[in-house]
Ligand binder design. Structure first.
Ligand SMILES: *Cc1c(COP(=O)(O)O)cnc(C)c1O
Length: 222
């Protein structure tokens, strides 16, 4: 029951069903397997089963786990899904293939510098504070146009928007709002949906779902 290949097949089945209902192609949705806190031993079976996109929320943890895994699976794709400190931006640019937590002007500046230094453009998602919960991080909706303009001027590539809706409330209205904001700004990417709500997110336009617990089991608290 708990074997990783079975859990992956199960999640893939739910994704396929949501895509069918929404009349979307499976290829329009990237499953990002959020492997934060889980050791390389737990990640390798998913790679062996064909999963390629993974999410981590700490630069240092990812630096410790991923070089060895990438030697064996060079086409693995690494997404940063956690808050990023500006002083870690250059390290994040060197390691990650996408950054889902661009949320403030100082980070645009730091990422622009890091991409310049590394000679590498890393697509970013602007995290939006969709439920007006500043403690979660994310750019206020009112500040989104300014942040997007700043990223454009700094040559930081923005692939789309990302959100984490408030806990314990129906997430669909927040997903619909993120979809609308992305459309208003002509952005193709929508990073939304986690273990509890990724099917709903897919029906509302998610292009990237970030699924941890449903693939790896629960994380140790803290
Ligand atoms: C941990 C995390 C996830 C995965 O959450 P699950 O509920 O375990 O699927 C997704 N997105 C972000 C930003 C996270 O920090």
């Amino acid at each position: 029951m708990n074997d990783p290949a079975t859990l992956l097949a199960d999640v893939e089945g739910h994704i396929a069903q949501a895509c069918r209902i929404a009349a979307r192609e499976r290829g329009e949705v990237t499953l990002v397997a959020v492997s934060k806190t889980h050791p390389a031993d737990a990640i390798a079976p998913l790679l062996a089963a064909g999963q390629r996109a993974f999410g981590e929320n700490r630069v240092q943890e990812a630096e410790a786990k991923w070089p060895a895994l990438r030697e064996q699976w060079p086409d693995a794709e690494l997404h940063l899904v956690g808050q990023l400190q500006s002083n870690k931006a250059a390290d994040a640019v060197a390691l990650f293939d996408a950054i889902h937590s661009l949320d403030r002007p100082s980070l645009v500046t730091a990422l622009a510098r890091g991409m310049d230094k590394a000679g590498r453009q890393v697509p970013c998602f602007v995290q939006v504070d969709i439920g007006e919960e500043p403690q979660k991080g994310g750019c206020a909706i009112a500040e989104l146009p300014m942040l997007l303009a700043q990223a454009r001027d700094a040559d930081v590539p923005v692939a789309g928007l990302m959100c984490v809706p408030p806990h314990g409330i129906e997430p669909a209205p927040f997903f619909a709002l993120l979809d609308k904001l992305a459309a208003d700004h002509g952005l193709p990417g929508r990073s939304m949906g986690m273990s509890g709500d990724y099917e709903t997110a897919i029906m509302l336009g998610a292009t990237h779902v970030r699924v941890g617990t449903a693939l790896f089991g629960s994380r140790a608290p803290g």
